[in-house]
Design a binder for this molecule. Sequence first.
Ligand code: SF4
Ligand code: SF4
Length: 214
Amino acid sequence: MYMITEQKALEEILGQMEGDCVVYILGCGTCPAVCQTGGKPEVLDMVERLTQAGKEVSGWMVAPTACDESTGQALKWNAELVQKADCVLVMACGYGVQTVVRHTEKPVYPALNTMFLGKEGAEGEFVELCLQCGACLLGLTAGICPITACAKSLVNGPCGGYRDGKCEVHPQRDCAWCQIFERLEKLGQRGKLQSIPVLKDYSKFCHPRHKVLI
Ligand code: SF4
Ligand code: SF4
């Protein structure tokens, strides 16, 4: 499972930096490397593109896992080059960016958009299977998540728009609720449809969420 990211357009990245001229770049060797958005090749490409855009790159690194606290130590080891920079550009997910923020006084800017937690599907493809809603319904929905699989996140589908088993929002995809019905039927668990709450309790979905181990 990976945090799926995409690169921002260079114009947006430059816009965030405003008048900052000297940049330190930090990539991530875990999810962004797999997504080809912030691994070593992408960091080197960013060095070139920023240089062509008139910025000076004081240094760069690819942290093993940018969201890990070890990134703080890595920044200390590179303190001299970071110190020379006006800002730090982080080619990692929102967790990675905010980890860097906790370890430097410099302005920190994201080079990536964080999209979703995804599982590898076919080669080069990632799919979203869980939105961490905090109140899992899979036991009632034949193991198919209505929050991610249904385009409208309905817990009482199908909606009136499905046609021939296909979703009205994404006609090339099967309707999640048709799949749930079919699988419940096969499992002999159709009665579970009566137990699915008509309204989902989203109180556990309120942000920020946290958990303390006791
Ligand atoms: S219902 Fe879906 S989004 Fe909620 S926890 Fe279960 S799999 Fe995740
Ligand atoms: S057609 Fe099915 S999957 Fe698509 S939005 Fe309606 S209920 Fe959800």
